[in-house]
Design a protein around this ligand. Structure first.
Ligand code: PLP
Length: 396
């Protein structure tokens, strides 16, 4: 029997696959340095856990309203006002099972067959798969050769526009490259987008991890974009709540309505005890995790120092999220068998022989790089990165 051609063409998430392999090695008794994970290593704040436990004890175990409870939507509206200087009505908000589900439904709700979606590389792995699943075509804006230069300009966007362009995705702070789109860059992009009839999907899930400068939302900087700006966020990263699966979008009402319709036909709602804990987290805001963010910043500095001391290795300046995008192109140029900056092959070698897991740049559309997640201990960073240095020497 025939399967769906569209879905058969998709590849499973490479980060999930790599994590699986790293866990297998660990189960077999090896000490594995896993820098492939996209989640903080600390657990959710105990006070948020308490709210969920209490809600469970009070019997908050039934279905909730599709699209999010009024209380949670209000908390999101307050948060967007407080942190992002954006105002929305409850009808413009949809809460779902993580930003991942929200994005999936958002692409299904806004794209038609043949539409093109502009995605700057390097990009988060699921954008391209989800856009393809929605029947549309991802159009990648390549990363500038000199990755120290400003990364996304109106000219770079304009070079990839066609009559079929329907949306642009921005991710700042960025996964996997850890850069932050600066205020003046956002203003220039926003100005350019003013007369473009496209959806602007702004994924701001790493907002609380903006170390280079305070986080800015393009929708607040350029309010004229309000009829096409869709902000996507969630509690996974900033509140260390990956397993709770809470994400949300805020944007034009017709979009929110369709995303909610999709939810009524799929996951239905979030568990109410999780919604109540999320309300508490959103109310507490960035302050709740401030000490953890300082910790991450310290680890970023340590990892940066260790990488700087390696030969033939550089990096995209890390400014946010908890990733460093390590440039190993020069090192691979000297490694026989790793032609065309084959970081995919190198990441397999690194895991198999040195037990260090890092996601290769190919997964994000840019060969020759490795994504390090530094949401781990200083000791792991020191030992793991010294193994990386050794592995790069071994392949030369
Ligand atoms: N957007 C980006 C850029 C991410 O890195 C992730 C997770 O890795 C997500 C969205 C999805 O997050 P979640 O589904 O946990 O809310």
């Amino acid at each position: 029997m025939e399967l769906s051609k569209r879905i058969s063409a998709l590849k499973p998430s490479p980060t999930v696959a790599l994590n699986g392999k790293a866990k297998e090695l660990a189960r077999a008794g090896h000490k594995v340095f896993n820098f492939a994970v996209g989640e903080p290593d600390f657990t959710t704040h105990p006070e948020i856990i308490d709210v969920a436990v209490q809600a469970l004890k009070e019997g908050k175990t039934k279905y909730g309203p599709a699209g999010g409870s009024p209380q949670l939507k209000d908390a999101i509206i307050e948060k967007l006002k407080r942190d992002n200087k954006l105002s929305f009505k409850p009808e413009q908000i949809v809460v779902g099972m993580g930003a991942k589900e929200i994005l999936f439904h958002l692409f299904l709700a806004t794209l038609n067959e043949g539409d093109e979606v502009l995605i700057p590389a390097p990009y988060w792995v699921s954008y391209t798969a989800q856009v393809l699943a929605a029947g549309a075509t991802p159009v990648i804006i390549p990363m500038p050769e000199d990755h120290q230069a400003p990364r996304l300009t109106p000219e770079m966007i304009a070079a990839h526009v066609s009559p079929k362009t329907k949306a642009l995705i921005l991710t700042s702070p960025n996964n996997p490259a850890g850069y932050v789109i600066k205020k003046d860059e956002l203003l220039a992009i926003g100005e350019y987008l003013k007369d473009k009839p496209w959806w602007l999907v702004s994924d701001e899930i790493y907002e609380y991890m903006s170390f280079a400068e305070p986080h800015h939302s393009i929708g607040a900087l350029v309010p004229e974009l309000h009829d096409r700006y869709i902000i996507v966020n969630g509690l996974s990263k900033g509140f260390a709540m990956t397993g709770w699966r809470v994400g949300y979008m805020a944007g034009p009402e017709p979009v929110a309505k369709l995303v909610k319709t999709l939810q009524t036909q799929s996951s239905t709602c979030l568990p109410p005890f999780i919604e109540l804990a999320s309300v508490e987290a959103l109310k507490r805001g960035a302050n709740l995790m401030a000490d953890k963010m300082d910790l991450l910043k310290g680890r970023k500095n340590l990892a940066q120092e260790l990488i700087n001391s390696m030969e033939d290795v550089s990096m995209v300046p890390p400014e946010g999220a908890f990733y460093i995008f390590i440039d190993v192109r020069d090192a691979l140029d000297k490694a026989p068998g790793y032609e065309n900056h084959n970081s995919f092959k190198f990441s397999e070698y690194l895991l198999d022989t040195h037990h260090v897991a890092m996601v290769p740049g190919e997964a994000f559309g840019v060969p020759g790089f490795l994504r390090l997640s530094y949401a781990t201990s200083d000791e792991e960073l020191k030992e793991g990165l010294s193994r990386l240095a050794q592995a790069l020497k071994d392949v030369k």
